[in-house]
Design a protein around this ligand. Structure first.
Ligand code: TXE
Length: 479
């Protein structure tokens, strides 16, 4: 069994308690590595190391910090095949997707925020009597907590802006997918990131995660994960008035109007619904199709879903791997059962999928499409976070918007129509942080990213992330 270690003060360290737990390879359904079960003592060591490193890192010119982050990005790229393979084994995403998305975005995130921080400056103000300027200053030691669905992408997305802005970080990846975070930590010294600037602690949310959110010397927490966990973290952070950024769940609509380019919309809805086995907070899990094209669209969508190649995620041609864990597979299968009890008809998929050979015990679920459910049922209201899409017809634009908005979540939506004015009108009325027009998950890292309603608090991306990890000080003088 491989052993994952914490990274504290520039050194790989065993957890103080000596306790570990197992993590699984979901494609074979068996444990393959040991994860530190870190706790308060490990956190204390990390906070001490980070506090010691902070003054020098803070005072370093942003361009110098950027150099180290670029070097770390170079090292990720140099080892990208090893990272992609490790991420695939840990998470189950097919290796091609890991390479093209999870790992490529890992290094891209580091480069992007390194460069953004160099041009991130305060503002100047002037009246006839007073001139003022602002100084955006780093917060100190901050915490990032990331989930299992896009391990490397979200791990770096959280800590890169914090480091670039001059903070020291204690980063906790998900206990379900800790491997690539551990590998990345192993490159930090070579990249020239000073000891204590980046610390990586592994362990369970309820133990080390909760310790991090309650620690008095950590003034800010950036979290991506489930809405229930987000609420717990928000409540804990409130006790000490910490800053929080919460990127939470989604139940996102894909709206297809009858004037859409049918082929592009089908392909878009497939990508939105089933990318990463539906385990992306942005996935379009509720497909709304205008009635004139409903039957044709449904036929094409189901046929296309059946073509998705399920199999061993280490094979280059595989498009659809296993669910991340047994617990998660059981949760998703539970929702598929529920959907049928609620009156839904399975059009394809709908059960555990057995892959022959090496992956025969893997936790696979085929792309699943369900028809005939009302928007108010649990299947259409709760985040399933798997390869499950419900499809339903609508008559008018107003009805489509009302159906889209009839959930507690509000992260993202995609709208398919060739009518630009209609696309803009719908975008304005959808209750979500992000709307894509005739595309899905096209990301410009400068743009604000985040949700409304139960999908989160705050915005990340570009300048917003740097603002979150700094406090603005106003300096004024009389003239
Ligand atoms: O995520 P958790 P889980 C959704 C999805 C999924 C559900 C639960 O619906 O089925 O959430 O998944 C840490 N204090 N999403 O349980 O628990 C935890 O260790 C501090 C949506 O795996 O939210 C991990 O590092 N930290 C999603 C991180 O929080 C705590 C991505 C996320 O885990 C903690 C993942 C605590 N009390 C799941 N409890 C998205 N929207 O991207 C847990 N953690």
């Amino acid at each position: 069994m491989q052993k994952i270690l914490n990274f504290i003060g520039g050194e790989m360290r065993e957890p103080v308690s000596g306790r570990y737990f197992e993590t699984d390879d979901p494609s074979v359904g068996a444990p393959y590595a040991l994860v530190p079960d870190s706790g308060a003592e490990d956190l204390e060591l990390a906070v001490t190391a980070a506090k010691k490193a902070f003054p020098a890192w803070r005072d370093m010119p942003a361009a110098e910090r950027a150099k180290a982050l670029h070097k770390l990005a170079d090292l990720i790229d140099r080892n990208k095949d090893a990272f992609a393979r490790a991420e695939c084994i840990d998470n189950g995403r097919p290796v091609a997707g890991c390479a093209a998305v999870n790992i490529a975005r890992g290094s891209a995130n580091l480069r992007f925020f390194a460069d953004e921080a160099v041009t991130f400056t305060g503002e100047k103000f002037k009246t006839d009597k007073i001139e003022s300027y602002t100084l955006p200053q780093p917060l100190g030691v901050v915490a990032t907590i990331s989930p299992w669905n896009l391990p490397m992408l979200l791990f770096t997305w959280k800590f890169a802006p914090a480091l670039a802005a001059g903070n020291c970080v204690i980063a906790k990846p998900s206990e379900v997918t800790p491997m690539t975070a551990c590998m990345l930590a192993g490159l930090a010294n070579e990249a020239g990131i000073p000891a204590g600037v980046l610390n990586v602690l592994h362990g369970k949310g309820a133990n080390i995660g909760a310790e991090m959110t309650a620690h008095p010397d950590i003034p800010a927490i950036s979290f991506t994960g489930g809405t229930a966990t987000g609420k717990t973290i928000y409540a804990s952070a409130a006790q000490q008035l910490k800053k929080v950024s919460l990127e939470l769940g989604g139940k996102n609509p894909t709206i297809v109007f009858d004037d859409a380019d049918l082929n592009k919309a089908v392909e878009g809805a497939i990508t939105a619904g089933f990318s990463n086995q539906g385990q992306i907070c942005l996935c379009g899990s509720r497909l709304l199709v205008q009635e004139a094209i409903y039957e044709d669209f449904k036929k094409a969508f189901v046929a296309r879903a059946k073509e998705i190649k399920i199999g061993d995620p280490l094979l280059a041609e595989t498009q659809h791997g296993p669910m991340v864990s047994k617990t998660h597979m059981e949760k998703v299968l539970g929702y598929i059962d529920l959907a049928q009890k609620e009156g839904g008809k399975i059009l394809t998929g709908g059960r555990r999928y057995i892959v022959d050979g090496r992956c025969k015990d893997g936790w696979f679920i085929a792309p699943t499409i369900i028809e005939g459910l009302p928007m108010t049922c649990r299947t259409n209201q709760e985040e399933i976070f798997g390869p499950v899409v419900t499809i339903m017809p609508f008559k008018t634009e107003e009805e489509a918007v009302a159906l889209a908005n009839n959930v507690e979540y509000g992260l993202a939506a995609s709208v398919w129509t060739q009518d630009r004015v209609k696309a803009d009108r719908v975008a304005a009325h959808i209750e979500s942080g992000i709307v894509w027009q005739n595309c899905w998950n096209m990301r410009d890292l400068h743009t604000p990213f985040g949700g409304v309603k139960k999908s989160g608090v705050g915005r990340e991306g570009g300048r917003r992330a740097l603002e979150f990890f700094t406090e603005e000080k106003t300096v004024s003088r009389c003239i």
